[in-house]
Design a protein around this ligand. Sequence first.
Ligand SMILES: Cc1cc2nc3c(=O)[nH]c(=O)nc-3n(C[C@H](O)[C@H](O)[C@H](O)COP(=O)(O)O)c2cc1C
Ligand code: SF4
Ligand code: SF4
Ligand code: SF4
Ligand code: FES
Length: 633
Amino acid sequence: MHDHALAEQSDALRLRSLDDLNRLRKQILDKRDPDQPEIVVCHGTGCLANGSADVSAAIRSALDTSGIEAKVVPGIKTTGCQGFCSHGPLVVIRPRGIFYQKVKPKDAKEIIEKTIVQGDVVKRLLYKNPTDGEKILHEQDIPFYKRQTRVVLHNIGKIDPTDISDTIASGGYQALAKALTTMTPEQVVQEIETSGLRGRGGAGFPTGRKWRSALTAIEKKGRPVYVVVNGDEGDPGAFMDRTIMEGDPHAVLEGLILGAYALGANQGYLYVRAEYPLAIKHLTIAMEQARACGLLGDNILNSGFSFDARINRGAGAFVCGESTALFTSIEGNPGNPRPKYVRSVEEGLWGRPTVLNNVETWANIPLIVNKGGDWYAKIGVPHSTGTKVFSLVGKVNNVGLVEVPMGVPLSTIVEDIGGGVPGGAPFKAVQTGGPSGGCIPYELKDTPVDFDSLTKAGSMMGSGAMIVMDNRDCVVDVGRYFLRFLEEESCGKCMPCRLGLSRMREILDNFSEGKGSEKDIEDLLSLSKAIQDSALCALGSSAPNPVLTTLKYFKDEYLAHVTRQKCPAGVCKNLITYSIDPELCTGCTSCAKQCPVGCIEGEKKKTHAIDTGLCIRCGICMDTCKFNAVNVI
Ligand SMILES: Cc1cc2nc3c(=O)[nH]c(=O)nc-3n(C[C@H](O)[C@H](O)[C@H](O)COP(=O)(O)O)c2cc1C
Ligand code: SF4
Ligand code: SF4
Ligand code: SF4
Ligand code: FES
């Protein structure tokens, strides 16, 4: 398209007032028939990896050949991650809310014929409640969704993130229009202060206070000021921010524009790791569409306020999520942290006052401006208001994305929503806060999940990854995993982190080989203290947390490694022996067939035995045996 044609088209789309926005919203809604069936297919990264693009293509082609009458032809919508990733690909038939899980392309024809044409249900695609075996028809009745409060995620799974009409129809950009037409920047800041919102990126710093400090810095230093989205999300197991950027990119963008208005910024940046191509794609589309509609760029909604933003791709280093490293990276230099003698709100990007907030923090801003800080402050608990999005992974039945009010007990998330550990045993511990957080043991399962309670338990909220462990996870191994991760991600600039983390990891390596001593446990504690006190940035200073919390709650397990050369969880290969219980073995031969080194002997229907001298301790026999006859000690 020629430039002038593009300009003319943009001019036609351009919204010039709140009335324009409302008129457009009405037009979009008027064109929609709320009773018209709609087939919603999850196109989040998890479902796409499980083949949901083929499912939506098959549904489209089944529709084309169905001969269905024009007035009942359903729409097909693809959305971001609907949260229940372990059961994907997901297909929901609206408005009835019929929820189909683990859908395959071959199911498409039946869905069209039975559900759309005959109004019937394809029973085998319904979710089966593991507690009573009942099939559940509606999305909202599934325990995974029932116990959640979807505030930040309210649009995800309902809107097509690549179509701004969907966002506008569901109330998107109303907060921006309200702020630009009826609120002063100061009033926006006050609402955020009233809400009690604390940053969702890790430390839980009060967002209103951060913005207020930035205003004070601007008074002293003048403008420009920058607003920045932290979409680096490097914690292992975390995918909250990715899901929000992929599934509701306009929410992040609208939050950022509101922040810019409150602070008087005209330029913003979205720092997103390059490993998130779908998030980058959807944000790029969202920005182009917002610009075309006059919601981003010059003279937004004819208010006289101008703001634009650009996306910066991070190369995927965990440390680049740290504020100073992130700024250095945006400035075009290697993303290494720098000393924080002065706070970023005073000297951030290019030495200018800068407000950096996490993706989820920004996505909360339009909700607060729309519904008011008082409304928001009533959700959650007094010092941790609102909801929090968690990615639930590890040894849990319902792997996925969960949003709950702050302050709910840990067991509600892991057991009621997550469905507990496969097999029904209690969980052993939950790692919250990623590599900077800690392990919370089962005994503390009633701990309220809020900033202060998690810190009191020795862990932290972090950005929201929750890794569930069962009794086959070894705490020494977990400590080694996180230390190795941080050792590799350390920028190496300061000695406590560069050398201290390696030394701690070496000690744990020795433990896993049965070579440690109780004195080494003391050394771990003193090294941890030294690193916490002297590392230059929080990557180093928080790195000992997983080891410290596992030592606090599972010291006996550490001692078993160093004093008895045993790994009670059966993980550390040098400390374990596999054997077969003759009482339980039925001689089914499965384990012998699977053993990679052929060290299991026995005749069919007779007790089998392992040659421990040849066994490489891979654990395959244990996973294979259906009779629980394989033991590890
Ligand atoms: C090593 C390291 C990595 C971090 N990674 C992220 C990240 O990926 N996303 C994020 O929002 N914050 C991350 N943070 C926290 C940020 O430095 C910063 O506190 C946060 O983005 C501020 O936003 P908030 O106040 O909205 O939480 C990281 C911090 C450290 C020390
Ligand atoms: S603590 Fe680690 S990551 Fe941070 S500056 Fe020092 S070496 Fe680099
Ligand atoms: S799989 Fe189990 S029951 Fe079958 S032979 Fe092996 S140990 Fe025995
Ligand atoms: S642990 Fe692995 S190598 Fe050892 S007996 Fe079992 S399957 Fe064979
Ligand atoms: S990607 Fe489909 S439910 Fe998460």
